[in-house]
Design a protein around this ligand. Structure first.
Ligand SMILES: C[S@@+](CC[C@H](N)C(=O)[O-])C[C@H]1O[C@@H](n2cnc3c(N)ncnc32)[C@H](O)[C@@H]1O
Length: 241
């Protein structure tokens, strides 16, 4: 199992070194706006609804698999007490640099979201998890840990790919090509591809049913569809009962 996470770490480090879109840091303007009480927090291509974060000031927030210098610095500027945990040293380096430049007291932890044993029970008020659960084979392991480290009434905001991302293969033809539904969920890239890329397509049952089974109450749900219609992501808000 550790081999999987070592490989994911390598994959992410190499993409971060190529400055892919999702490794972009917060801009000076975004940081300034957050400091002025106008926090806009983006996960993938969607803003977290403002009302989901209305009371974030002074809260203990865990950015789960959330390195890259985007969410953690913005939340810290908005007055939250922020910890970021991530597998990738390269992504964490970006948080470290912004934290130093902007004098933000962000706690930076290199670790695996499947094992949050370094954090006490009921410590955090919020967990914010950008798209990353597709790199984990078993969602229930992560959800159980999130439930444990959240305080009662704590909020877990996650974004993840809808399974449609993995259901289809693109078939190129003389008419411009089309998508064909070929894969059943759950999906694992390693069954089809030996390049070293590791990604899991989880069912919505595993996502939403998994949260509910863990004890969470799901009370917010929005989606984000890109131009490529198979690129559909959802953001959910779950409360620890
Ligand atoms: C697509 S990036 C998301 C971060 C980015 N800030 C964003 O706005 O989308 C996914 C992140 O998840 C991290 N990650 C993947 N698997 C992980 C795991 N098992 N534990 C901790 N972090 C993990 C990666 O290192 C990467 O930084």
């Amino acid at each position: 199992m550790n081999d999987i996470f070592e490989q994911v770490e390598k994959n992410i480090d190499s993409l971060a070194a190529k400055h892919v879109d999702w490794s972009a840091c917060a801009s000076k303007e975004q940081l300034q706006a957050a400091r002025a009480g106008k926090l806009k927090l983006q996960l993938f291509d969607k803003d977290v609804p403002d009302e989901w974060l209305a009371d974030i000031k002074g809260k203990k927030v865990l950015c789960l698999a959330g390195a890259g210098g985007l969410q953690a610095p913005l939340l810290a500027c908005a007055g939250a007490s922020v910890t970021v945990i991530d597998l990738s040293s390269k992504m964490l380096e970006q948080d470290r640099k912004i934290a130093a430049d902007e004098k933000l007291p962000i706690e930076i932890v290199k670790g695996n979201m499947c094992d949050l044993s370094m954090f006490d029970n009921e410590y955090f008020d919020y967990i914010i998890n950008p798209p990353s659960l597709m790199y984990v084979p078993k969602l229930s392991v992560v959800f159980r840990e999130c439930y444990r480290v959240l305080d009662k009434g704590g909020v877990f905001i996650l974004m993840a790919p809808n399974p449609i991302n993995y259901v289809c293969d693109y078939i190129d033809d003389e008419n411009g090509g089309y998508y064909k539904a070929v894969h059943r969920m759950p999906f694992c890239s390693m069954d089809y591809d030996d390049s070293g890329w590791i990604e899991y397509g989880h069912t919505m049952e595993a996502y939403l049913g998994g949260l509910i089974e863990c004890g969470f109450l799901v009370n917010g749900y929005v989606e984000c569809q890109m131009e490529d219609i198979t690129e559909l992501y959802f953001m959910a808000r779950a409360i620890k009962n």
